[in-house]
Design a binder for this molecule. Structure first.
Ligand SMILES: CC(C)(COP(=O)(O)OP(=O)(O)OC[C@H]1O[C@@H](n2cnc3c(N)ncnc32)[C@H](O)[C@@H]1OP(=O)(O)O)[C@@H](O)C(=O)NCCC(=O)NCCS
Length: 197
């Protein structure tokens, strides 16, 4: 487990008018069995972010009985060493944001990872924490010697803009690849960032 302290610009938090007076958070990159300690917090963040309209596997209001099994899949992957979970914590320990670096299985794709499950608790959205979390995942990927990260986003959510500002470029689109309700389709957009030039 690695840790790194950072200072969020207090002015950013204050100008947002949101309920976050936190001036520093702790980033942890966790893999192996240690990740299991995050189950409850991750479920809470996933539930809250999803039910606030987030594009993380659901389009309708969900409960712990739906989110819990997906968290368990992520915990199993991380426990098996197939992924690394990035966690942002408040100084007093509350976990408020998560993201995952997933390892492709092909031996020909070990120079990149898939960035997935990026989520910030809604109480802390809109003040720069998501961008900071993705930046920390980039640093972790560079420490691992990786060259690229790939992700997919649900079209129509504005997420291409969020990731575009962080260096990602659209490299593909699966038209109507996401079915969010009867007859309601969204594109699945693939984006890639190069970590080294
Ligand atoms: C998407 C998410 C991770 C962004 O985190 P955040 O902390 O709210 O975002 P930040 O405050 O760091 O925003 C950074 C910039 O991206 C922009 N941005 C954030 N979310 C955006 C969105 N959905 N659409 C367009 N722009 C967005 C912000 O306006 C900000 O722009 P600025 O620098 O010009 O002010 C967060 O809103 C979230 O957890 N959403 C629910 C889960 C989800 O949908 N995850 C995406 C899975 S691919």
């Amino acid at each position: 487990m690695r840790q790194g302290l950072f200072t969020l610009l207090r002015a950013n938090a204050e100008s947002s008018g949101r309920a976050c007076a936190v001036s520093s958070l702790v980033f942890q990159a966790v893999t192996g069995e240690a990740v299991r300690g995050s189950r409850e917090a991750w479920t809470d963040v996933w539930l809250a972010a999803s039910n606030a309209g987030g594009a993380i596997d659901f389009s309708e209001t969900v409960g712990a009985e739906q989110v819990g099994p997906l968290v368990d899949v992520e915990l199993e992957r991380a426990a098996a060493g197939e992924s690394i979970v990035g966690v942002l914590c408040e100084p007093e320990g509350r976990k408020i944001a998560f993201a995952v670096l997933e390892k492709p299985r092909s031996p020909l794709q070990q120079h990149w990872r898939r960035l997935a499950r990026v989520m910030v608790h809604p109480d802390f959205q809109g003040i720069g924490i998501g961008a900071y979390l993705v930046g920390q995942m980039h640093e972790e990927a560079r420490r691992l010697g990786l060259q690229q990260l790939r992700l997919t986003v649900r079209g129509g959510e504005g997420l291409e803009k969020f990731y575009g500002a962080l260096g990602y470029r659209v490299v593909g689109c699966h038209p109507d690849g996401v079915l969010i309700g009867p007859g309601q389709y969204r594109d699945e957009v693939t984006m890639v960032v190069r970590l080294i030039e």
